[in-house]
Design a protein around this ligand. Structure first.
Ligand SMILES: [Zn+2]
Ligand SMILES: [Zn+2]
Length: 772
């Protein structure tokens, strides 16, 4: 028998509100160990006493068998004097002090709760708010810390005796589950009309009545975890079309919710990664290729012209009950009109969605913070987050370098997020949206205040974009008593990719996106940088072209086709190009604007190059949402076409004031190749594929030249253009074949949703170096 020991154990990470204490209790009891476990502001503490070998076994199992929602960041131990104690107790929570325990993300209903939900003998049979320590709402109901019922939106629901017994019993799955409730004491579901008056239908069950409305083609607003969804029968063209018209949303795809994996497999082609993502407790929307049968089950206007579908499984008991009742896929799109943020407060939802929805399936548990569905997909066998929100936020990313001082990073403008950094943790916020209206700005400022309170972070450094007109930049400039750190947009992209991969650089950074504030008079977006976390130098870029009409050129890709054709053919483009015929009336004006630099800023944006190719190929002259032309161009490309346009020529020059030579890539040569193939009558799908391969080839050739010049063999790919899988896979494969190490995004989006993390790590790196 080994020696008797007593070991103090501290567990940090997401360990509160996830069933960690009962788990420790149960584990200790099962091993016959004595001691105590409790929560404090740092997380979970315990003292474990018994023979040395068993205590060591306990410490191993502590990590191996931790509850599903726990995320252990660190376990530290120290020796104590054995007391001879017998028995194991759970200590009461200790309030006060610094708040370092972490609030967990919301989590989909667990298998145990689903079992009870379906069990007629259970007291929570068909109860739409069933949850336990392993599942249910968290982030969206937490108002303050420490995470305890009075600090959540469950505070007004007094537990009944039966729930209280479970809540206080360490052996129960609901021990200290703050949202615990039942039909006797918890929230209730109701069905109302568009004015908020209850609907009394022939069926008394609101779920059954709501299901009936969807089945008859009506639009239902459903209150979820982080906001309202709008739902219609996904197979009903008239209903989906009506929803589009009422939402003023023209082509942007709707997500679809299906009852289970079997239903998902009927619609989509799923690989192992996609299935894991669909089933994960985070329950994001997963972008997957449509299967052959989708056409029979999904109405055309759900995701017009899109080869992929955004699919998710139910993640609340309400969803489970509703989808089971319906037995058909439903559209589950954000409850908003046009580009507004999703509605999450009940009165506001009725007000804003009253003209969109025919009825409301609601409940009386308030949502504290608006949180959209997350969007992910599988990229070369691993998950890549495109929108990081519900189920992910506010879980911090653990970084390899600590923040010397607390940092707030304000992000960009579109797909906005913010990030708070302290010690080794970066708290990237939920998706806030496009910071262009008062409502979104309020989510942004309110969100920052909320995160600061929850995680007790008082930022001393505030990082922001260099664009003076971004509302996030203005917010930063208005803060008192902080040091400001301006971070160039594309440097932030590359730094976020480095942080995403636990890398420091220096690397060759390829930052391809739509728009970012660059140097005077040029909008950047097709940039090659030599970058580390603290600094960058721009060493290559797409040769700038005019953007005739500025923002109008972003909305109308045909204008970019005109500008690029003018660059490709100084004597005028060849006859017979349909894009010109379609826009004949405005064409000469646009060309004149470009030639005379009238309201035509210069841009090196790769997004605009894709727009030009898309318009030239007749994919789209005008867009309805960001990136639409490029997305449709990617889908047009024939995957079987293996040839590509050669990499365009590069010019190298060292401008006055630059340390390093600049490589300028002639994007217009790719547009000329597209035009010539079109005139030759080549299939558009073949041309689209060749264009993608041409862009990939130019990236590889620039990276190869940069490796020769600077001796760097690692490439970081970031920026919204790399949401294009065809391009990303092509570039990554060819770079790897050429001996490069390639870094891509997985934990934060490659689009502007990742900018705040990049800004935060740049500020920290400069702080470590001692010069901001
Ligand atoms: Zn559960
Ligand atoms: Zn109860």
């Amino acid at each position: 028998m080994s020696e008797r020991v007593r070991t103090a154990v501290r567990v940090e990470g997401v360990v509160q509100g996830v069933g960690f204490r009962p788990f420790v209790y149960g584990l200790a009891i099962s091993l016959g160990l004595a001691g105590v476990v409790g929560n404090d502001v740092d997380g979970v503490f315990a003292e474990i006493e018994g023979d040395e070998e068993t205590v060591s076994k306990f410490l191993t199992l502590l990590r191996q068998q931790a509850p599903p929602l726990a995320n252990i960041e660190r376990v530290s131990t120290s020796a104590r004097q054995p007391t001879g104690a017998t028995g194991f107790v759970i200590a009461t929570s200790l309030p006060g002090g610094e708040r370092r325990a972490l609030v967990s993300a919301d989590s989909a209903t667990c298998a145990d709760c689903l079992g009870e939900l379906a069990d007629p003998a259970d007291r929570r049979y068909r109860y739409p708010f069933i949850n336990c320590t392993n599942c249910g709402p968290r982030f969206t109901i937490v108002m303050d810390v420490p995470y305890d019922r009075p600090s959540t939106t469950m505070r007004d629901f007094a537990m009944c005796a039966a729930c209280a017994t479970e809540y206080h019993d360490p052996a129960d799955r609901r021990f200290h589950a703050q949202p615990v409730c039942c039909p006797a004491c918890g929230p209730r579901l109701s069905l109302t009309d568009a004015s908020g008056s209850p609907i009394f239908s022939a069926v008394s069950d609101p779920i059954a009545a709501a299901g009936e409305l969807i089945r008859t083609g009506q639009v239902l607003a459903v209150k979820g975890l982080g906001g309202y969804h709008l739902m219609v029968d996904a197979g009903n063209e008239a209903a989906a079309g009506a929803l589009r018209a009422r939402k003023h949303r023209e082509d942007k795809p709707f997500a679809v919710m299906v009852a289970d994996m079997a239903a998902a497999r009927q619609l989509c082609e799923l690989d192992g990664v996609a299935e894991r993502l669909l089933l994960s407790p985070r329950r994001p929307i997963v972008l997957v290729p449509r299967g052959p049968d989708a056409i029979n089950r999904i109405a055309a206007s759900v995701a017009p012209g899109n080869s992929h579908l955004g699919v998710m499984l139910p993640y609340t008991p309400v969803h489970h009950l509703l989808l089971e009742q319906l037995g058909i896929p439903v559209v589950a799109t954000s409850g908003n009109v046009s580009d507004e943020p999703i509605a999450f407060r009940d009165a506001e939802a009725l007000d804003r969605l009253g003209r969109v929805a025919d009825a409301f399936l609601v409940h009386d548990r308030p949502i504290h913070i608006r949180t959209d569905d997350s969007v992910v997909r599988a990229v070369s066998g691993k998950a890549a987050v495109l929108r990081r929100s519900r189920g992910y936020a506010p879980e911090p990313l653990r970084l390899r370098h600590a923040f010397p001082r607390p940092v707030l990073a304000c992000g960009a403008e579109l797909k906005s997020t913010f990030c708070l950094g302290k010690e080794n943790r970066a708290f990237v916020s939920h998706h806030i949206g496009d910071l262009e209206n008062a409502e979104t700005l309020l989510s942004f400022t309110g969100g920052i205040d909320h995160f600061r309170r929850l995680f007790d972070i008082q930022p001393q450094l505030v990082a922001h974009d260099l664009h003076p007109d971004y509302l996030s930049t203005k917010y930063a400039a208005d803060l008192d008593a902080v040091e400001l750190v301006g971070v160039q947009h594309h440097h932030a992209h590359i730094a976020s990719c480095l942080a995403d991969n636990d890398a420091d650089g220096p690397v060759i950074g390829v930052a391809f996106d739509g728009t970012g504030y660059g140097a005077a008079e040029t909008i950047w977006g097709g940039e090659f940088l030599i970058a580390d976390l603290a600094d960058f130098e721009r060493v290559g870029f797409l040769e700038p072209v005019p953007m005739p009409g500025g923002a109008a050129a972003i909305r109308n890709p045909w204008r970019m086709a005109a500008a690029y054709l003018a660059a490709a053919y100084p004597g005028g483009p060849p006859d017979g190009l349909a894009v010109r015929a379609r826009n004949e009336q405005s064409w000469p004006t646009v060309i004149t604007m470009a030639e005379r630099s009238v309201n035509s800023p210069m841009t090196s944006s790769a997004g605009r190059l894709f727009d030009a190719a898309a318009a030239l190929l007749g994919v789209r002259d005008t867009i309805h949402y960001e990136g639409q032309a490029a997305i449709e161009l990617e889908q047009l490309a024939d995957p079987a076409e293996l040839s590509g346009y050669p990499a365009p020529s590069m010019m190298s020059a060292r401008p006055a004031g630059a340390n390093l030579a600049h490589l300028r890539v002639e994007g217009a040569e790719l547009i000329r190749a597209v035009a010539e193939d079109l005139i030759a009558g080549t299939d558009r799908r073949v041309i689209a594929a060749r264009f993608h391969r041409g862009v990939a080839a130019s990236i590889v050739s620039v990276c190869t030249a940069l490796r020769d010049a600077h001796g760097l063999a690692t490439v970081a790919l970031s920026g919204g253009v790399f949401q294009n899988l065809l391009l990303t896979n092509e570039v990554a494969r060819d770079l790897e074949a050429a001996g490069f190490q390639v870094l891509t995004h997985s934990r934060v989006p490659c689009n502007d949703g990742g900018i705040s993390l990049g800004q935060a790590v740049v500020a920290a790196a400069r702080d470590r170096r001692g010069t901001l």
